[in-house]
Ligand binder design. Structure first.
Ligand SMILES: Nc1ncnc2c1ncn2[C@@H]1O[C@H](COP(=O)(O)OP(=O)(O)OP(=O)(O)O)[C@@H](O)[C@H]1O
Length: 342
């Protein structure tokens, strides 16, 4: 177990800044997601942590000590890549024991550890199989077992679920989370999947264009995005233009009370699931007309016009209104995030 810290990490490739002053702390036993779109620098960050790439500036600290001078094989940080990189000519148990063999661990100790790992990742009965005889989920468990077998201080998972589909993806996600909590291993999970980051992690670092734009709990990141970029990255939202004076948000859809009073002009961001709709005889003080509706199984998506302003709203499937219906709308601006006009 270990505390990992990245301090002012900068990296350029071909004179282009890829990582721009990255600061990040992963406390002992924590699971942190590094979340961002393709090409924002996530894998490069992991490679710098393990020593596969050297940063141009900054430092990597393990338990408050710089490890930049420690070579890859001695750094005690391991990456599990998305394509698993198993050795095709080795069996499951040989793959899992590979790191221990390289570290010249005694055969008896090694065999015991491999057995322990096979049990841990539930691969009993598959010990003598070759990677080509395994399913995607099984291959991933071999890769995970191989990484954990060497008892690394830090586990780095690079898009570990991206090659898996649907149910298997969810099962593996849950499995990895439970394993991480059981072993209390300091872990960074790289992903571009927002829901995955929110569901699996103690904290989420949102990375955009080589910078960490926000670092916080999943709830903070989702509900209180620090910048518009972060808010935009997290899917559906409404921006409502307006001004704030004496804790009143004034907009084209009406005036609302808010605890916020820090800007005069800007936009309020409200998530569609935070907007409630009722039949028009319920008095919320705000009426709207259903412009569009989409059925999505367990949810309904509505676009509602309030004084010509289009508002997106997500409700439970049983709130069934028709296009053209007038509905009462409830928006709590105390839940809103306000962004100043740039
Ligand atoms: N060795 C390299 N030489 C030159 N450019 C590189 C090198 N490695 C990465 N890059 C560039 O750095 C940028 C960040 O790459 P990186 O692999 O870290 O992104 P990522 O966020 O992990 O993306 P993805 O989710 O697609 O894997 C990309 O524009 C990539 O082309």
């Amino acid at each position: 177990m270990s505390r990992l810290e990245l301090k002012n990490i900068t990296k350029k490739f071909d004179n282009k800044i890829i990582l721009d002053n990255i600061n990040l702390v992963v406390e002992e036993g924590e699971m942190v997601s590094l979340l961002g779109p393709s090409g924002c620098g996530k894998t490069t960050t992991l490679k710098i942590i393990t020593g596969l790439i050297y940063p141009d500036n900054g430092d990597v600290l393990l338990n408050n000590k710089s490890v930049l001078a420690v070579p890859v094989e001695k750094r005690e940080t391991v990456i599990v890549f998305q394509d698993y990189l198993l050795f095709p000519h080795m069996t499951v148990e040989e793959n899992i024991g590979f790191g221990l063999k390289m570290a010249k661990v005694d055969k008896k100790v090694r065999d015991k550890k491999v057995k322990e790992m096979i049990n841990l990742v539930r691969l009993n009965g598959h010990e003598k199989k070759y990677p080509r005889e395994l399913s995607g989920g099984q291959k991933q468990r071999v890769a995970l077992a191989r990484a954990i077998a060497v008892e690394p201080k830090v586990l780095l998972l690079d898009e570990p679920f991206s090659n898996l589909d649907g149910r298997l993806r969810e099962n593996m996600r849950e499995f990895v989370c439970e394993l991480q909590k059981q072993l209390k291993i300091t872990t960074i999970l790289v992903t571009h999947d927002r829901e995955e980051a929110l569901m699996t992690s103690d904290k989420v670092a949102v990375m955009l264009e080589g910078k960490i734009r926000q670092f916080g709990s999943p709830e903070e990141i989702y509900k209180k995005p620090a910048t518009k970029d972060v808010a935009d990255f997290f899917g559906e939202k409404n921006y409502i233009k307006g001004t704030i004076e004496n804790n009143i948000f004034k907009s084209r859809i009406g005036n609302f009370k808010t605890t916020f009073n820090k800007f005069s002009k800007g936009k309020a961001m409200i998530r569609p699931e935070e907007i409630e709709i009722f039949s028009k005889d319920v008095d919320t003080g705000l009426l709207g007309k259903i412009k569009k509706k989409k059925f999505a199984g367990d949810r309904m998506y509505y676009n509602i016009l309030i004084n010509d302003v289009e508002i997106k709203c997500i409700t439970k499937f049983n709130k069934n209104y028709n296009v053209g219906d007038m509905v009462s709308v409830k928006i709590d601006f105390n839940d809103a995030v306000f962004f100043k006009e740039e």
